[in-house]
Design a protein around this ligand. Structure first.
Ligand code: CU
Length: 154
């Protein structure tokens, strides 16, 4: 039930964004997204059943959508948001035109389940981000300490 509500809310936002573009809508929807992924990391998981991943997508072009994520580490990678302290699975995340999509501890995150192995600190996990327009971006997600804070860098 909650998942449905979330999907509808996302669709409504997208519709509003398109409507808000008015005369510019054809130009802005055809503008190519220019995506850059930075700050990717995975805290060392405390179990081999589940791990989280974080990163930031910076877009200097037209809007795009993150539709799915795949990885050697898991055949089951899902997109999650956190609202009022509760995780919810999302079917996609919007990458706004000239904006950012942020994944951060306590907020949006990737969830890796049924891990092929338990990653150790210093390891790099290869992750493919699939976007509706930009196609696949392959990133290398370094495994940091379990309590890593990207703001302090350790
Ligand atoms: Cu989650």
């Amino acid at each position: 039930m909650r998942r449905r509500t979330t999907g509808a809310a996302v669709l409504t936002l997208a519709a509003l964004a398109l409507a808000g573009c008015g005369a510019d809508s054809s130009a802005s929807t055809s503008a190519r997204p220019e995506l850059k992924v930075t700050g990717a990391y995975m805290p060392t998981p405390s179990m081999d059943t589940m791990a989280a991943g974080f990163f930031t997508v910076t877009n200097s072009g037209g809007a795009d959508t993150l539709t799915s994520v795949t990885s050697d580490l898991s055949d089951d990678v899902t997109l999650h948001s956190t609202r009022d302290g509760t995780m919810e699975e999302e079917t996609s995340f919007a990458v706004p035109a000239d904006g950012t999509l942020d994944f951060a501890s306590g907020s949006n995150h990737l969830m890796f389940e049924k891990l092929t192995h338990r990653p150790k600190q210093g390891e790099k996990v290869s992750v493919e981000l699939h976007f509706a327009k930009s196609g696949t971006l392959k990133i290398s997600m370094p495994v940091q300490s379990a309590t890593y804070n990207p703001k302090t860098g350790h």
